[in-house]
Ligand binder design. Structure first.
Ligand SMILES: *Cc1c(COP(=O)(O)O)cnc(C)c1O
Length: 391
């Protein structure tokens, strides 16, 4: 086979089987297409899986972040500390509610929010911290909880990368006051679009259930059961509901999650073995006492050993039909943030330097060992060609 004939390996891909299709079809034949029994069942299953008291299903991970920020009552004038090495939605959720995102830099070896940098950014208007479990590794929640406690702040975990991850034996979803998940097809389990917030706090849960339904205090099913038409809108909310069709798919996918997590970890081990002897590549550090959920497999290029930059290596890998990607351009460097909040280069030098070096390799449970080997072989070939002193 020539390179152009080799199958393309994407950076991520959902895994849907006949069982999933059957579960969705059954909902299509049922009474409820949205906000019916599947929603509650999916919420309860996710809450049980992560070890949280409550789970609130919403239409996507961004809505989950918005609902979490809303539950905390963040508003104009409030500051929320977040890392720049994340998807824009993390910070956008703060902006949706009129708050001000304040970016605290990451640790150079894990690219996780650095607790020391968080503490340095706390001021009189700081209300909350949003930690991001980048790539699927939980942040240092012991340190973050201690800081939040000392300063009277709320702690949100954006665990959209980290369903199934653990910190000191506790799962992501039970490590912060509120935790958000995404069920976008690129993530650990797919509902098409979908999201969830988990919390132990019943008031937060109730507020978020209202928020996802226009700020109305009861849903249609509850009114039907009570035989009443009457409802009241008690606060401004949105239509952020997740459908029964999607929740049925999520429930079916969730049953496979433990096996998928094990497969992701096996792929990561194989990458680690195959890449350890490439001096031009560094692997991200994984801290003790953490179970990594490996949504992403991110490497750091040692640019001083290379005569090409990340973008050239990215293109060369794409020519090899390997779906490498970049996660992420730091949020504070996006034009909107620069314009609206006067952020820019120099604000978070560790994230900015890492951004020049990061490359995401394919990682999804349906990848075969042969696929992993092909990615590693292609990377070694491209890197050899781009090495200083090399051919
Ligand atoms: C995917 C993701 C989101 C947003 O989730 P959507 O379901 O796409 O809205 C938020 N934060 C992080 C870190 C993500 O990876």
């Amino acid at each position: 086979m020539t390179d152009s004939e080799k199958p393309y390996i994407p950076y991520s891909r959902q895994w849907i089987d006949e069982e999933d299709i059957g579960e969705v079809a059954a909902v299509l034949r049922s009474e409820w297409l949205t906000t019916g029994p599947q929603v509650k069942e999916f919420e309860e299953a996710v809450a049980r899986f992560v070890g949280a008291r409550h789970a609130v299903a919403v239409s996507n991970g961004t809505a989950a972040l918005h609902a979490a920020v809303y539950a905390l009552g963040i508003g104009p004038g409030d500051e929320v500390i977040a890392p720049p090495m994340t998807f824009v939605a993390t910070a956008n959720a703060v902006v949706f509610q009129g708050g001000l995102p304040v970016f605290a830099d990451v640790e150079p070896d894990t690219l996780l929010l650095d607790p020391a940098r968080v503490e340095a950014k706390i001021g009189p208007r700081t209300r909350a911290i949003i930690a991001v479990d980048y790539a699927g590794q939980p942040c240092d929640y012991e340190a973050l909880r201690a800081i939040a406690g000392r300063h009277g702040l709320d702690l949100v975990a954006d665990a959209c990368h980290a369903l199934g991850a653990q910190y000191q034996g506790t799962k992501a979803g039970a490590l912060a006051d509120l935790t958000t998940f995404s069920f976008h097809p690129a993530k650990h389990l797919a509902t098409g679009e979908g999201g969830m917030v988990t919390t132990d706090n019943p008031e937060f849960a109730e507020k978020m259930r209202r928020f996802r339904n226009h700020g109305i205090s009861t849903d249609l099913r509850q009114r039907l059961e009570k035989g009443t038409w009457h409802y009241e809108m008690v606060d401004l909310g949105y239509n952020y509901r997740l459908t029964d069709m999607q929740c049925a798919l999520g429930l079916s996918q969730l049953r496979k999650l433990p096996a998928w997590l094990a497969r992701r970890q096996a792929i990561a081990r194989r990458y680690g073995e195959l890449l350890q002897n490439l001096p031009q590549v560094s692997l991200l550090a994984v801290r003790a006492n953490r179970v990594h959920a490996y949504h992403l497999y991110v490497i750091l290029l040692n640019l001083e050993d290379l005569k090409a930059g990340r973008d050239e290596i990215f293109l060369a890998m794409r020519e090899e039909r390997i779906g490498v990607n970049v996660h992420y351009q730091p949020v504070h460097l996006h034009p909107y943030y620069r314009r609206r909040f006067q952020t820019g280069p120099g604000d978070c030098p560790v994230a900015e330097k890492a951004f020049q070096r990061i490359l995401t390799l394919p990682m999804f449970p349906a990848m075969s060992d042969h696929d992993v080997d092909r990615v590693a072989t292609s990377l070694a070939k491209v890197i050899r060609r781009c090495s200083r002193g090399g051919g």
